[in-house]
Write a protein that binds this ligand. Structure first.
Ligand code: NAD
Ligand code: DAU
Length: 331
């Protein structure tokens, strides 16, 4: 089996490559990644020299590069995306470009090259904020941010390629991931690394927004299930087994790192900040998948990883990152 993994140098993509090599050692995997600010060369360096691994630096917005890269692959797994909600508020253009147009490029290339499966990675954010109950795969899409709207647009285009052209597209929508190799701009690693630096922890609004956290390894096993057992044209939710308000996550991080909780500072809320996400994952569970990690245990594993891999995240906190933080948190 030869798989093209776009965005495989990012957080979930690189954990997925590792998971697949561990569980399917005979598979060949090509990572195709533009190496944007969100990636770190160290993340993929560990795969170099491994039998079956290949790396191509390339942009999914570049049609010719995508057409070349896809040749000879049986399956495509598309993680490549602009992924940070706050950045989509500061500058939505790149989100439409990569998440919508880039996905379209990949779908076109897949259609022309005749790949046998196209797993498109999406998010629970496409359902919008959920006041009560849990989102099911058939629910209406009501995204709020430019990020989630660009992901919803990509989902619909991908499904249209199944319905119109018979391209074997499968879509997964997971809840908030956390774990090793997540960029320090995202909530959990941002708070962990800031706590380690002795800096303040900026909590948006009243801190009561709820996320349905999933440890990245549980998402990877869900992706593996959807890839091998999923039916073309279907969507599968991959949700964690807890719902935790942000304030509780912030307190757990501070306490675990021996930082006083008065370091947690309420700051102006994110515009159109979704209050709650919650996924009903019973469709994938019926296929044998379930999340295995306890949230607080996995948070401990994650904190330990950031403690032992300081150089990895310090390299990402460069001048551009500090400029981004000044812009985003100036309020
Ligand atoms: P990430 O930002 O850590 O990684 C994204 C990767 O894509 C990076 O390596 C980046 O270099 C690459 N990339 C960006 N633009 C590209 C382009 N034009 N061409 C090629 N490569 C490009 O993201 P992540 O958190 O690992 O998310 C991966 C996927 O999972 C995304 O599609 C995201 O929408 C989805 N998702 C993420 C979460 C989460 O909690 N992180 C939850 C649900 C769904
Ligand atoms: O739900 C899945 C989505 O999860 C993915 O599709 C996105 O790619 C991923 O970035 C993530 O989006 P969120 O906006 O939910 O994650 P983020 O880590 O940015 O924020 C998590 C929560 O923490 C959210 O309620 C906002 C809050 N937050 C975040 C940051 C960065 C803060 O209070 N302070 C912060 O500094």
């Amino acid at each position: 089996m030869k798989i093209l993994v776009t965005g495989g140098a990012g957080f979930i993509g690189s954990n997925f490559v590792e998971y697949m090599f561990r569980n399917h050692p005979n598979y060949s995997i090509t990572v195709f990644d533009a190496m944007t600010y969100a990636s770190n060369p160290e993340t993929v360096a560990k795969f170099k020299g491994r039998k079956g691994f290949r790396f191509i630096k390339g942009d999914i917005n570049n049609t010719a590069a995508v057409n070349r890269a896809i040749k000879g692959h049986d399956w495509v797994v598309n993680f490549a995306a602009e992924t940070h909600v706050d950045r989509s508020i500061l500058g939505p253009g790149a989100f439409v470009e990569t998440n919508v147009k880039g996905t379209f490029n990949l779908l076109e290339a897949a259609r022309n090259s005749g790949v046998k499966k196209f797993l498109h990675i999406s998010t629970d954010e496409v359902y919008g904020s959920v006041a009560g109950g849990k989102s099911k795969e058939g629910d209406m899409l009501e995204p709020t941010s430019p990020y989630s709207s660009s992901k919803a647009a990509a989902d619909l285009i991908a499904l249209s390629y199944f319905r119109t052209f018979g391209l074997p597209v499968i879509i997964t929508r997971s809840s908030n991931n956390f774990g090793p190799y997540q960029h320090p701009e995202k909530f959990i690693p941002f708070f962990i690394t800031r706590a380690m630096e002795g800096a303040e922890l900026p909590l948006y609004g009243d801190g009561k927004n709820v996320r349905n956290w999933i440890f990245v390894e549980d998402n990877c096993s869900g992706l593996d299930t959807a890839l091998h057992k999923g039916k073309p044209g279907e969507v599968y939710n991959i949700g964690g087994n807890v719902e935790v308000p942000n304030i509780m996550v912030a307190q757990a991080i501070a306490e675990s790192l021996g930082v006083k909780t008065d370091k947690i500072k309420r700051v102006k809320d994110r515009p159109a900040h979704d209050r709650r996400y919650a996924l009903d994952s019973s469709k994938l569970k019926k296929m044998g998948w379930k999340p295995r990690f306890d949230f607080f245990e996995a948070l401990g594993i994650t904190i330990a990883w950031y403690t032992h891999n300081r150089d990895w995240w310090l390299a990402l906190k460069d001048k551009k990152f500090r400029e981004y933080c000044r812009k985003n948190y100036k309020k």
